[in-house]
Design a protein around this ligand. Structure first.
Ligand SMILES: Cc1cc2nc3c(=O)[nH]c(=O)nc-3n(C[C@H](O)[C@H](O)[C@H](O)COP(=O)(O)O)c2cc1C
Length: 352
């Protein structure tokens, strides 16, 4: 039976309103990005991966990743590490911060992470991977999920062997990005493995990799039996793609709308990270928002060179004057700042 992308589903007791999950992306999945994705139709959103060692040491920036709004539900916070006990402690902090789901990263291919025995390397150490999942499941009351690659080497099928064992250890759902760690982001995601994994486990499987259109999303739901699709790169600077895949919106946005969403995102990011960090963080987003034929190429170069965000806003509004009205409407629809922060120690809010 065909699964509708707009239909609800569950991970354990957590109800998720649509079959579109916004991917965890380091350096991207800030609160502003997650809130925007949800507005456009993502049913579940995820934090970027958070270092359990950073949480253990009370690192200020790492704690900042636990900034969660009252409106941010359902939300998964992803942790990475290689020591079961430290991961369990990190999971407790994540649960206390208000996450609905703790997700464990067994997929990161980046050397800085894999050389510590964390991320995708755990697919080659299934016993340790299971001990980590078991320890985290034992530490928290919320569901624990795992996100993984297909394996380390090209052609690896390790995820198909490890996946069922992780479910036995207590994982309530699995996300598969069926590329090898070696592939990084080259080639294509081989979702025939997603279909095989679905056959082998009795928990929801989320398909991640190369979901860029409504048609592809529906094809994966139909052909693999996955419970949901995850959208990553297609959503960068492009909430309209999320809307289209979720079946809510159609067509390309006008320039006014693009500028209004970008400025809204900039302001939310400043509130979250502070002006100084936000200024650098936002630079990659200009190209993502203004590319795709929406604005001429040199415009992005111009913005990147401006010293302050106030100047960037001014330049954006001069390129699309009608955007101020669109922005006022969008801002009017958002919840007030007082409504949105959970009651946590002030230090977790990092830059403001
Ligand atoms: C910039 C970037 C950062 C990422 N960071 C994470 C991360 O922190 N945790 C994770 O599990 N996956 C991470 N991923 C992988 C994505 O979640 C996703 O599985 C992958 O990009 C494939 O999906 P896509 O084709 O829709 O982008 C990242 C991907 C990108 C492009």
């Amino acid at each position: 039976m065909a699964v509708e992308i707009q239909s609800p589903w569950r991970i354990g007791p957590v109800e998720i309103p649509t079959r579109l999950v916004l991917a965890p992306m380091a350096g991207v999945s800030v609160q502003a990005f997650r809130r925007q994705g949800r507005r456009f139709g993502a049913g579940l959103v995820c934090s970027e991966m958070v270092s359990c060692a950073g949480l253990q040491h009370g690192n200020e920036r790492t704690l900042g990743y636990l900034r969660i709004g009252r409106d941010e539900t359902p939300l998964a916070v992803q942790i990475f590490g290689s020591e079961p006990g430290v991961m369990a402690d990190a999971a407790r902090m994540v649960e206390d911060a208000g996450a609905d789901i703790v997700d464990i990263n067994f997929g990161c291919p980046v050397r800085k992470v894999t050389k510590t025995g964390a991320g995708a390397t755990l697919l080659e150490d299934p016993d340790r991977a299971c001990r980590i999942v078991g320890a985290v499941v034992g530490a928290v009351a919320v569901p624990v999920t795992v996100k993984m690659r297909r394996g380390l080497a090209d052609g690896s099928r390790d995820a198909l062997e490890v996946g069922p064992r992780l479910v036995e250890a207590g994982a309530a759902a699995l996300t598969l990005h069926p590329r090898s760690a070696k592939q990084m982001y080259t080639g294509t995601a081989d979702h025939s493995l997603t279909a095989e994994l679905v056959e082998r486990v009795d928990v929801p499987v989320i398909a991640s990799g190369d979901v860029t259109s409504r048609a592809r999303a529906q094809e994966l739901l139909d052909d693999t039996g996955c419970a949901a699709v995850m959208v990553g790169r297609a959503a960068q600077g492009n909430p309209w793609a999320v809307g289209q895949i979720a079946g809510r919106a159609n067509g390309e946005p006008g320039r006014e709308e693009v500028v209004a969403e970008l400025v809204l995102f900039m302001r939310a990011t400043v509130a979250e990270l502070g002006e100084q960090r936000a200024t650098g963080f936002l630079k990659k987003f200009y190209g993502w928002y203004l590319g795709r034929g929406r604005f001429p190429k040199p415009f992005k170069q111009e913005l990147v060179q401006l010293a302050t965000l106030a100047e960037v806003e001014e330049r954006l509004f001069s390129a699309a004057p009608g955007a101020t009205d669109v922005l006022a409407r969008l801002e009017g629809e958002l919840p007030g700042e007082d409504d949105v922060l959970l009651d946590l120690p002030i230090s977790v809010y990092g830059g403001g």
